[in-house]
Ligand binder design. Structure first.
Ligand code: NCD
Length: 339
C-alpha cells in the first residue's frame, strides 16, 4: 500500500522530499498516456467529483482529463450559484453527500481552509484544487516538477537555485505553496518582488527563514532579476480585493517582455507563470513577444499538470502499481504521440 492511498491532499505541509519523489516517479510513468501513445483503463468505473466553486480553466479541466486518461468518469459542478452552497448548505454536508457518489473529489473554493473543512465531511480522498489565498498544492507540485525538469536540462538542480517571485504574493496561493515546497531543499535564494501592500505573508517568510534560505524583498522588478534561475510571475488576484478599483491600483505594475527579459535576466532564466496571465492592455504582465522564447516554460507547466494530477489519482486510489497491467493501444490517430 502506498503512503497516499485513501488520503486527502490538502496542503504541501503533508509532504516531504521522499513523498514528493514518489509523486514525481509516478507522474513520469504517466507520460505515454498523456501523449496518447497508449491508453490506460486502470480507473475504469471510478468516479471523480470535480467540484469547482471558483473560476478555473486549466486546473478543473486537467483534473477531469487526468481522471479520464486513466479510464475513470468525471462528474462536475462549477460555480457557487449553481450549487446548494448558495442555499446555505455547509461544506460538511455537501462533502458527506457527494463523497458517496464519488471515489475521489477535487475541490476549489474561494475560502481559505475550506478544503480542510470539506474533507472532514468526506468519506473519500479530497484533493485541494485551491482554497482561497491559502494553498494550491497540486499547482505547487507541478511547478516544482517543472523547475526540476527545466534545471536538469541545463545540468543544474534545485539545491542552491535562485528564484524571483513577482506580483501578488499576498493573495497568490501558488507562491505560498511553492515557497513551502522549496523550503525542503537546500540553500535557495528567494527574491520577492511585489508592491509592499501585496507582500508575501509573514508566516511564509518565517518558513523560508527558518529553513535557512536567503530572502531579498523589493518592490522593483528591474535590477533584481539578474541572478534568477527561475522567474515566477503571478497575476494580481483581483477577485480577492475588496473592490475592482483597489485591484486596479496594482494592475500592470510589473510587466515582463522580451526587451526587459533580455536586458535584466541571465540568458538561461526560466520564465514561469501558473496561468492565467492577465493579457489585458492595462496589465499585460507577460507579453506575447516572449511566446516563442525557448525559456518560456508556462505551457510546459500546464502540460506537467496533467501528469501530476494523474499521479495523485493513481496514488490516492492505490492503483500506482497496476498501471502497466491496464495499458491498451490507442485506436485513433493522435498528433500528440508524434511530438
Ligand atoms: C492559479 C490559481 O487559481 O491560484 N491558477 C491556476 O490554478 N493555474 C493562479 C491564478 O489564478 O492567478
Amino acid at each position: 500500500m502506498n503512503q497516499f492511498e485513501g488520503s486527502h491532499i490538502l496542503s504541501v505541509n503533508q509532504l516531504n522530499l521522499d513523498s514528493i519523489q514518489t509523486i514525481f516517479n509516478v507522474a513520469s510513468r504517466m507520460m505515454p498516456y498523456a501523449l496518447r501513445e497508449k491508453r490506460n483503463n486502470v480507473l475504469d468505473g471510478a468516479i471523480l467529483g470535480n467540484l469547482f466553486f471558483e473560476p478555473s480553466t486549466r486546473t478543473r479541466v486537467s483534473f477531469g482529463c487526468a481522471f479520464n486518461l486513466l479510464g475513470g468518469h468525471v462528474r462536475e459542478t462549477t460555480g457557487m450559484a449553481s450549487s446548494s452552497l448558495s442555499k446555505g448548505e455547509s461544506l460538511y454536508d455537501t462533502a458527506r453527500v457527494l463523497s458517496t457518489y464519488s471515489d475521489v473529489i477535487a475541490m476549489r473554493h474561494p475560502d481559505s481552509y475550506s478544503a480542510k473543512e470539506f474533507a472532514e465531511g468526506s468519506r473519500v480522498p479530497v484533493i485541494n484544487g485551491g482554497d482561497g489565498s491559502n494553498e494550491h498544492p497540486t499547482q505547487a507540485l507541478l511547478d516544482l516538477f517543472t523547475i526540476q525538469k527545466e534545471l536538469k536540462c541545463a545540468g543544474r538542480g534545485i539545491d542552491g537555485m535562485h528564484i524571483a517571485m513577482v506580483g501578488d504574493l499576498k493573495f497568490g496561493r501558488t507562491v505560498h505553496s511553492l515557497s513551502r515546497l522549496l523550503c525542503m531543499y537546500k540553500n535557495i535564494s528567494f527574491t520577492l518582488i511585489s508592491p509592499a501592500e501585496l507582500a508575501m505573508p509573514d508566516y511564509v517568510i518565517s518558513d523560508i527563514e527558518n529553513a535557512g534560505h536567503s530572502i531579498k524583498i523589493t518592490d522593483q522588478l528591474e535590477g533584481h532579476l539578474d541572478k534568477a534561475d527561475i522567474l515566477y510571475l503571478t497575476r494580481i488576484q483581483e477577485e480577492r480585493f475588496p473592490s475592482q478599483d483597489e485591484a486596479n491600483k496594482y494592475r500592470g505594475k510589473f510587466r515582463l517582455n522580451r526587451s526587459i527579459y533580455t536586458q535584466h535576466c541571465k540568458s538561461n532564466t526560466v520564465i514561469m507563470h501558473p496561468l492565467p496571465r492577465d493579457s489585458r492592455a492595462q496589465a499585460n504582465e507577460l507579453d506575447n513577444d516572449l511566446n516563442s522564447h525557448p525559456n518560456l516554460a508556462i505551457f510546459r507547466q500546464a502540460d506537467n499538470g496533467l501528469l501530476i494530477r494523474m499521479a495523485l489519482f493513481a496514488l490516492t486510489l492505490g492503483v500506482d502499481t497496476q498501471l502497466e497491467k491496464y495499458e491498451c493501444p490507442v485506436n485513433w490517430y493522435s498528433r500528440k504521440a508524434d511530438r
